[in-house]
Design a protein around this ligand. Structure first.
Ligand SMILES: [Ca+2]
Ligand SMILES: [Ca+2]
Ligand SMILES: [Ca+2]
Length: 365
């Protein structure tokens, strides 16, 4: 453990402050004293905080007759997926196959649920999906995004919440593509003002020299910040390159750098333990309005559909434009979820949302 402790010290030293131009506000160092949900990995739960069986693959669910004319509550298509560098990148928890399993399937005329576990990796990693219909802005909740969040029994005010910001867009010209004049709108969380560190954050990750094994990933941001994603601790559990390799790109080439943009939230993970094996990471639960967040809505059932338990509930009426002003939308076509947090948590790795499925309530009778 001495070696690990030493490595931890090194890792903490090189975890860069993420500034948004205000170093004193950003990159909050987790307090050393304090509770945790994410514990060091073992063979079943390798440090990522993902509980086996929660929100995991469940392709057998459903199995009802498929009606090609009817709206289906599950995701119909994953249109884009690109994780930012992170420990699950280039593994089966964050590959294109995992992303595509979020869409429903039809076998022998039977409909099967779209379920998977897809990590978005570090800050900016994203997924875009749609349903086979436009999601109508009903009164209240309109759709649900399933995650793998869970509470912290030791510290009830904390949880394994790795929040994802949700965006929506409407295919106004009906061509099946989100065009430039069909903007993304973020859905506002209840306490957005307190949770956002800055908007307009842009991070650039740089391709490492060695793509055959795990190594630190350098990054810079548009506020003058820079740092590396340290891998010395997560290398206990993962050996693969954590920078997205060719399988994520249509041309199969690995870009020299990757740029991601979005709203940046304040770091929400805290180490309630000590160094080395004494690390005990947990996350502040954020307000209602994020994916993979153990907020009060998470275990609620909506629309009398038990499949909606274990997911966050979203209201299209919470859409805001880039200036934070409300936007009135009758319906939406595309949903995008991205990781708004740039935080490394020792051997737990980056804080990163998992997307395990989504349900449109438009199909509710
Ligand atoms: Ca609504
Ligand atoms: Ca369009
Ligand atoms: Ca999670």
């Amino acid at each position: 453990m001495r070696k690990i402790t030493l490595r931890l010290c090194m890792a903490l030293m090189i975890v860069a402050l993420c500034s948004c131009g205000k170093p004193s506000d950003g990159g909050e160092e987790p307090p050393v004293n304090g509770g945790s949900t994410e514990q060091p990995g073992n063979s079943d739960n390798p440090g990522g905080g993902d509980q086996p069986g929660q929100g995991g693959d469940n392709p057998g669910q459903g199995g009802v007759e498929f009606d090609p004319e009817a709206p289906v509550k599950w995701i119909s298509e994953v249109l884009e997926f690109l994780p930012a560098p992170g420990q699950f990148v280039n593994t089966t928890t964050a590959d294109m196959a995992a992303a595509k399993r979020l869409a429903y399937t039809v076998e022998d005329g039977k409909l099967h649920a779209g379920r998977s576990t897809v990590s978005l990796g570090g800050f900016g990693g994203y997924i875009v999906f749609r349903f086979n219909h436009d999601v109508v802005n009903r009164d209240g909740v309109d759709f649900v995004i399933l995650g793998n969040a869970f509470g912290d029994a030791q510290y009830p005010q904390y949880s394994n919440s790795e929040p994802g910001i949700v965006q929506v867009a409407f295919d106004a010209n009906g061509n099946g593509v989100r065009d430039d004049d069909e903007p993304w709108y973020e859905l506002k969380s209840e306490n957005r003002a307190e949770e956002v560190e800055c908007t307009g954050y842009e991070i650039t990750y740089y391709r490492p020299d060695d793509l055959s094994a795990i190594s630190d990933i350098s990054w810079t941001d548009n506020f003058g910040g820079s740092g590396v994603i340290p891998t010395v601790e997560v290398a206990q559990f993962y050996s693969q390159c954590i920078y997205p390799l060719g399988g994520y790109f249509a041309d199969g080439n690995v870009p020299e750098k990757l740029v991601f943009r979005g709203t940046k939230l304040k770091n929400n993970a805290k180490n309630m333990g000590g160094d080395g094996e004494a690390q005990y990471w947990t996350h502040e639960t954020l307000s209602v309005g994020y994916a993979d967040n153990f907020s009060d809505d998470y275990d609620a059932v909506v629309g009398n559909d038990p499949d909606t338990r274990g997911g966050n509930k979203f209201d299209i009426s919470d859409a805001i434009d880039a200036d934070g002003n409300p936007v009135a939308l009758d319906k939406i076509t595309f949903v995008r979820v991205y990781n708004p947090i740039n935080q490394q948590c020792g051997w737990v790795g980056e804080t990163s949302p998992e997307i395990c499925g989504a349900i449109s309530l438009t199909t509710e009778k």
